[in-house]
Design a protein around this ligand. Structure first.
Ligand code: SF4
Length: 560
């Protein structure tokens, strides 16, 4: 018997350290970690001790004997990884090298750190900082609730991924940690207010803008960023009053990353199943009236280059009452991928991706009344319609041969009749007031989190970044953990080496200052009250929580 990592793996990698047999890979020190879809347990090394289970924040690890039919597929997926990633050598190095560097803190020498952005990267930076006595963290966020995209981005039907909130809550429970939520930097508190009151300021404010397609018709009614739809169904206060016309038969999602699969899944999932989740009530009501019966997911390149993870593809193809449809003629491989697939030298994750798609393409459609159609090698050229979206025009792409997987458009035009187009082609960071910005990469220029005056420029002492605004909008919880830890390590090293200017003002007047500028900060107790109110409402209705979605209501719950 062995243990197996399953669908909800978030690449947190706490299990890697817990495993006495070095059976879980890739480790954060291995080159494949940054791009790995998930972590995998080596069935030939696992000694079945179970130590990894307690370390997993999202309950993704199970003993083989406890897997259900869907989970059993992950036995093969875990094993497949080790066909081209032998794990015999312990790549982790001596245990002490994995310990965080210790800063020269003491009760007399306190380091106060402001973290702006209460998402995963901010929390993992806070966790690393708070390992050190003498470090205090104040965490700011413009939303009255913490957890960033874990609350407002992770799909409601993936509750185990949201289990990482428990780890964040235990970080926030430290007596050296304070929330200042519902506080907008640049409005209620200025960058200079922070630098004069904290030894270090870390911005982990994410990447909140979506990429545009740059085609005509993109601003028609019914053409929307998938990010707005995601924030709407997840109850983000900024999107609580959004409306989407779901009276249409067909929706097209442009892009085939996990966000694209999330929105497609939410559009076709049975409402009774969604009603058991923490989806926002307004979204549940709108989806109950939805007439969307078909969602097409359009990807520019081929199946081997599809951006979604295999676990998300499986989650979609398992959906009850929904046909997942793939035209076998669209599963063309570029020549070098085809030959590597045939001689079994292709990367195991891509091998699995192709095999899963081929298996679905071979399925006979049922009489189900909802379907999700995966389209490959198509690029949108125009969104058509008079007063709103009525069709999406696309051209077929073909492989160029070199570099492998690259495509060029052909003259072969196809038109998809649809009433809704969602673009899901990635996020971009936005400039932060008073900080330099690299417009070519949509990030704040930095060196291991230390903000630079320009790319390859001078370090701006005491100011740091973490997460997507530091490295660009890619990578999930595991990458953000590593990224937040790296930034925290830079802060601690700068403090230890006296490279930080100590604050000239007390931070005790901040709440007064925020109030004078019209802000109502929500502290740790306020968030606890919101959390309790949402969970209590959820318990009454058999749901994980019922989200409060309007800022006024959140503030009332916080004050209760
Ligand atoms: Fe490692 Fe034990 Fe988990 Fe197997 S069960 S992966 S040996 S921690």
């Amino acid at each position: 018997m062995v243990h197996v990592v399953t669908q909800s793996c978030c690449n947190d990698a706490g299990c890697v350290t817990a495993c006495p047999a070095n059976a879980i890979h890739p480790t954060p020190d291995e080159p494949g970690f940054a791009t790995a879809e998930m972590l995998y347990i080596d069935p030939s090394t696992c000694i079945d001790c179970g130590a990894c289970i307690d370390e997993c924040p999202v309950d993704a690890i199970f003993p083989e004997t406890e897997l259900n039919a869907k989970g059993e597929r992950y036995l093969a997926i875990n094993a497949a990884y080790y066909t081209d990633h032998p794990s015999a050598a312990d790549t982790r190095g001596p245990a002490e090298s994995r310990e965080p560097s210790m800063a020269k803190t003491s009760p007399e020498r306190t380091l106060r750190v402001a973290i702006v952005g209460a998402g995963p990267a901010g929390f993992y930076a806070a966790e690393e900082l708070l390992r050190h006595p003498g470090v205090e963290v104040d965490m700011f966020d413009r939303s009255p609730t913490p957890y960033g995209l874990v609350r407002a981005g992770v799909a409601p039907d993936h509750p185990s991924t949201k289990g990482v909130e428990r780890a964040f809550a235990s970080i926030a429970a430290s007596t050296s940690f304070r929330y200042l939520l519902n506080v907008e930097v640049g409005k209620h508190v200025m960058h200079a207010d922070l630098t004069s009151r904290y030894g270090a300021v870390i911005y982990s404010s994410g990447a909140s803008t979506d990429n545009r397609l740059g085609i005509s018709g993109e601003d028609l009614a019914g053409s929307i960023p998938a990010t707005d739809f995601v924030a709407w169904y997840n109850g983000h206060p900024d999107n609580a009053d959004d409306t989407f016309d779901l009276s249409v038969h067909t929706a097209v999602v442009v892009g085939n990353g996990n966000v694209a699969l999330d929105v497609a899944r939410i559009l076709v999932t049975d409402v009774e199943a969604l009603a058991k989740t923490d989806i926002a009530d307004h979204a549940l009501a709108a989806l109950a009236e939805s007439r969307v019966r078909e969602v097409q997911i359009v990807g520019r390149r081929g199946i081997a280059q599809a951006a979604y993870t295999n676990s998300e593809f499986l989650a979609l193809s398992d959906l009850p009452g929904v046909d997942v449809v793939i035209d076998p003629s669209e599963l063309t491989l570029d020549p070098s991928t085809a030959s590597a697939f045939d001689d079994r030298t292709l990367d195991s994750t891509i091998m699995t991706k192709i095999s899963l798609a081929r298996a679905v393409a071979g399925r006979r459609p049922t009489a189900r009344n909802k379907r999700v159609v995966f389209r490959y090698l198509l690029s949108p050229t125009e969104i058509r319609g008079a007063n709103g979206v009525s069709a999406l025009a696309c051209v077929r792409n073909e492989f160029t041969g070199s570099p492998s997987g690259s495509v060029t458009s052909t003259a072969d035009l196809s038109v998809v009749d649809c009433g809704l187009v969602m673009r899901a082609i990635g996020y971009r960071g936005r400039p932060i007031d008073c900080l330099p910005f690299d417009t070519s990469r949509s990030v704040v220029p930095n060196d291991q989190g230390r903000v630079l005056s320009e790319p390859a420029g001078e370090t701006i002492a005491g100011v740091y970044v973490a997460g997507w605004i530091k490295r660009g909008a890619s990578g999930g919880i595991g990458m953000n953990k590593r990224c937040g830890q790296e930034t925290a390590t830079s802060v601690l090293a700068d403090f230890a080496n006296d490279r930080l200017t100590m604050p000239t003002m007390s931070h005790h007047d901040l709440e007064e200052l925020i109030a004078a500028r019209g802000g109502t900060p929500v502290g740790s107790l306020g968030w606890l009250n919101i959390d309790r109110a949402e969970r209590a409402a959820g318990a009454r209705r058999g749901r994980r929580r019922v989200k409060i979605v309007r800022t006024d209501d959140l503030l009332r719950a916080a004050a209760r």
